[in-house]
Design a protein around this ligand. Structure first.
Ligand code: ZN
Length: 262
């Protein structure tokens, strides 16, 4: 019960964050968290996600039946449940309409250009899921095509969807996705959306694998002397915290940028 309240509060906090960031307007967007194998917390329909309170969050089962709550769940519930069904490792799903990413989704352009080391390492490619009428089975069907191979998708003529091992990760991926779309858009205006070479992308992916950015051991990483660096090298086979992983991503990015500037 305490854990449920914690997640309900977190959903409200992330709702406020996506609203404040301008990722949604009016009553748009939806957020969910897996709290048990067959139990999920999800946001209600027709309510601003910027002003949610914990009592508005609904508990549903994997078939979408309401178990607890007075509100009606989001009409996009099938899209969330599809992700959980296909990916047992996923514990949070976030859907919003961030303007730059949504503009790419409307133009039918996936975010598949390797333009920035950070995006290559932490976000990866974001494909375009074919258009489906919201709330119908068309949307989960389109998402299913990509859900096993990526960390999120652009929903054609609609918005963006990310998923993660927790809600903070799903949110960070969305923020990163929108930031990448914005930079991509600006560089296109400058007619300079130059991609990293295949060789440099391969180097990034090698470093990513070696440093265990996906949560594996950072074994073999040459981390410099520093406040947190020693801790990272010494944890070896232990589970890395999200902060450690972020530090490793930063370290990879810096190394690659230095190499590129030589
Ligand atoms: Zn939407």
């Amino acid at each position: 019960m305490i854990i449920e309240i914690k997640y309900k509060k977190l959903i409200c906090e992330i709702g406020k964050r996506v609203y404040d960031k301008g990722f949604i307007a009016a009553n748009d967007g939806n957020i969910s968290v897996r709290i048990d194998e067959d139990e999920f917390l999800i946001t209600p329909t027709n309510v601003s996600k910027g002003f949610l309170t914990p009592d508005m969050i609904i508990k549903v089962d994997s078939a979408g039946n309401v178990l607890e709550g007075d509100y009606k769940p989001t009409s996009e519930i099938k899209m969330h449940l599809l992700v959980y069904h296909e990916r047992p490792d996923v514990h949070a799903v976030l859907h919003v309409h961030p303007p730059y990413a949504t503009a790419f989704a409307i133009a039918g352009i996936p975010l598949n250009q390797a333009i920035m080391p950070e995006a290559v390492v932490s976000l990866g490619t974001i494909p375009l899921a074919h258009y489906g009428t919201p709330s119908t089975d068309e949307v989960p069907k389109a998402v299913k095509t990509h859900v096993h191979d990526y960390q999120g998708v652009l929903l054609e003529n609609h918005g963006a969807l990310t998923w993660g091992k927790n809600l903070e990760q799903a949110y960070n991926l969305m923020e990163s996705l929108e930031f990448t779309a914005k930079i991509n858009w600006i560089s296109r205006l400058l007619k300079g959306d130059r991609e990293l070479s295949k060789e440099n992308v391969a180097k990034l992916l090698d470093l990513k694998a070696m440093m265990g950015v996906d949560g594996i051991s950072p074994k073999g990483v040459d981390v410099p002397e520093g406040t947190h660096a020693k801790k990272v090298t010494s944890v070896n086979e232990q589970t890395l915290s999200e902060r450690d992983i972020n530090l490793i991503v930063d370290r990879v990015t810096t190394s690659v940028l230095n190499a590129l500037n030589k």
